[in-house]
Design a protein around this ligand. Structure first.
Ligand SMILES: NC(=O)c1ccc[n+]([C@@H]2O[C@H](COP(=O)([O-])OP(=O)(O)OC[C@H]3O[C@@H](n4cnc5c(N)ncnc54)[C@H](O)[C@@H]3O)[C@@H](O)[C@H]2O)c1
Length: 267
């Protein structure tokens, strides 16, 4: 039997990047995946790829920052009698600007996706995860995408770091809350370092903009030289860790933080 056989997983921001790798990895492990994203084209293409692999997937267009869209989605889940066993709060954005250049609108957008999106997903899916978890020996699971910037300060984006630091303590607090209330839900998080996705490229671009004397090659090599393993990470390497936290293999873990950063924050 596959690790996630008969389970349903919701992955926010699952159309590309780390979320795409997670969608592929969880579906390969037997889960039926429900991809929530604003990017319909990549999301539908990914669903086609997963279906052609012989696994189950569907796409739901949604902005995680919009409460009304969450309520419509929850209604849809109820109508279809969907049980949710796994939630991956992955959708997130990077601003990468110096603080004096950030407008209030940009700040609100960052907070609404990186924090409010995680709050709404957790709030509205807790009853589903709780119901599903009652029938599972080790409960249902949530995995949140924090970052190394949720553990130490970001040199390039203090506000992104503020949101990821919020996720770090929110995850731990929810683990205590679920435990105390006897909700059968385990909640853990990953802290990726610099990962080769569109967001990873934006990080390098922000370094270039904030250091006008740097060349593009120099900016790209900074992230590599800062990482003890001497390379950037791949989305698949993060997805493997998320698969572990989503499955019964992490049965005695809740409120935990797994760092997937090639040693970046070990120094
Ligand atoms: N790439 C990195 O270096 C890195 C490092 C640490 C943490 N992370 C975190 O990992 C997560 C995924 O990052 P990534 O590198 O794959 O990013 P990405 O930009 O490559 O992909 C993000 C996905 O989220 C979707 N998305 C964005 N806003 C959304 C919204 N409002 N509603 C629904 N979907 C939305 C996008 O359409 C896209 O499919 C993020 O939370 C990010 O902060 C990434």
């Amino acid at each position: 039997m596959k690790k996630l056989e008969d389970k349903t997983a919701i992955i926010t921001g699952g159309s590309k990047g780390i979320g795409k790798s997670v969608s592929l990895s969880l579906s390969n492990a037997g889960a039926s995946v429900l991809i929530l994203d604003v990017d319909e084209t990549n999301g539908q293409n990914l669903v086609d790829e997963i279906l052609s692999n012989g696994h189950q997937a569907s796409f739901y267009k949604m902005n995680v920052a919009n409460e009304h869209e969450w309520l419509t989605f929850i209604k849809f889940l109820k109508e279809k009698n969907v049980l949710v066993d796994i939630l991956i709060n992955n959708a997130g954005i990077w601003l990468g600007k110096e603080i004096h250049d950030v407008t209030l609108d940009e700040y609100h957008q960052l907070i609404s996706i990186n924090l409010t999106g995680v709050f709404l997903g957790t709030k509205y899916l807790t009853p589903f995860l709780s119901d599903a978890g009652k029938n599972l020996k080790y409960g249902s699971t949530i995995v949140n995408l924090s970052s190394v910037a949720g553990l130490v300060g970001s040199q390039l984006d203090p506000l992104y770091s503020m949101t990821k630091g919020g996720i770090t303590t929110f995850t731990k607090s929810m683990a205590i809350y679920y435990g105390k209330k006897k909700y059968p839900i385990r909640i853990n998080q990953v802290h990726p370092g610099i990962i080769q996705t569109d967001m990873g490229a934006k990080v390098s671009n922000s370094r270039l903009i904030q250091n006008p004397n740097m060349t593009k090659d120099e900016s790209n090599s900074v992230g590599i030289s800062q990482t003890p393993l001497g390379r950037l990470g791949s989305a698949d390497e993060v997805a493997k860790t998320i698969l572990f936290l989503s499955s019964d293999e992490s049965s005695f873990m809740t409120g935990s933080s797994l760092v997937v950063d090639g040693g970046l924050t070990a120094q």
